[in-house]
Ligand binder design. Sequence first.
Ligand code: PLZ
Length: 451
Amino acid sequence: MTSTVESGIEQRRVLTTAIPGPKSAELHARKNAAVSSGVSTGLPIYVEKAGGGIVVDIDGNQLIDFGSGIAVTTVGNAAPRVVERVQQQVADFTHTCFMVTPYAEYVEVCEALNDLTPGDHDKRSALFNSGAEAVENAVKIARHATGRPAIIAFDHAYHGRTNLTMALTAKNLPYKHRFGPFANEIYRAPMAYPYRWPTGPDNCADEAFAALVDTVHSQVGEQNTAAVIIEPIQGEGGFIVPPSGYLARVADWCRDNGILFIADEIQSGFCRTGDWFASDHEGVVPDLITTAKGIAGGLPLAAVTGRAEVMDAVHAGGLGGTYGGNPVACAAALGAIETMKSDDLCGRAREIEALFMPRLQALSAKYPQIGDIRGRGAMLAVELVADPASKTPDAALAADVNKACHAAGLVTLTAGTYGNVFRFLPPLSIGDALLSEGLDIFEQAFAAATA
Ligand code: PLZ
């Protein structure tokens, strides 16, 4: 199946100028004079339109999108049902504040979340604006419901850039450097990272689990631990997929110890991995789940969904915010979810995996610099190393390939604690021809960078 594209943008890569072109370069000079240099851009083409699998810039270039604005436009940019719902909503009313005078769209998004997230137990949801805000609230709720202070996060984790979420995020540069001191009562355990597990991938699940249990027992105390928070597939950390069975073991152990299991599915959720949530692949039912990004087709919306008794433990008025669950963002989410269902975007993500994997495997047979291929659905990555024996991360190679892809009209992203992971996050609205062409460009960029 190839998704229908009604964006009106011809689904073709077109380069009319060098990348970036003169108009983008001019705007970028204005950006540098107007925008804090703390906010940087990976590929400074200035966007005019986007849809299907194409991003059009102000110089008239049409680039293939392998980034989806960091896993956000899963249903495609300006997806027809999102546009329609948003246009109607923005004309009806733009804001009342759900805490003042509520509206149906907020309730409908919560109903959809309670229905779609793993587990058929009684659930409740609350809506926020950004992924970081959802994570903050999941921590607030977990602490309130358990009466315990400590939160356990993992190596290579990414949970956001606010003070509490910086404390949960593992990587120093660029996220944490000189921004401390950070929130306390955050502890870190080793991530079950098969490719880099010291005693080899076969020992990874057992030893990582033992290390987690030991960290909590010896350094924190089970009775002091409110929650374990984990990305079922780590995003910014480099698309690290824990060994099968590991997450279920952690979730079971949490339950046995009165600790809440929080799945951060902000990057991996909403069809991205070929199922509604990455937890679904592992049969894991989190106590709390955080979502954002793909939920609303590009509008800012985030959520915490969880067991009714946990979510309802909080006193009335304890959760909220002026814009949380804004009606326009909720309308977008309803359009996005409708699209995911009716276009079977989970199936489309699995098709994308089937198209990518043989190509990446063939490339890895040719280039020893590809140390690992991993991910699920349309959340795939290759980890680049100097050589397979040392596994020394090769961030320079990832940066070179990334630059060459950009120059050839392919929007790509890197990731990883060591910056040496090249990740693929195409919108699920992209057609097969653009996927193949994008992979051709990636292969050529790889050949050139390693020549
Ligand atoms: N949790 C798992 O992936 C956001 C960050 C980009 P916000 N990831 C992209 C950047 O450099 O800021 C993310 C995530 C996971 C939380 C977040 C945070 O979501 O919407 O960016 O706050």
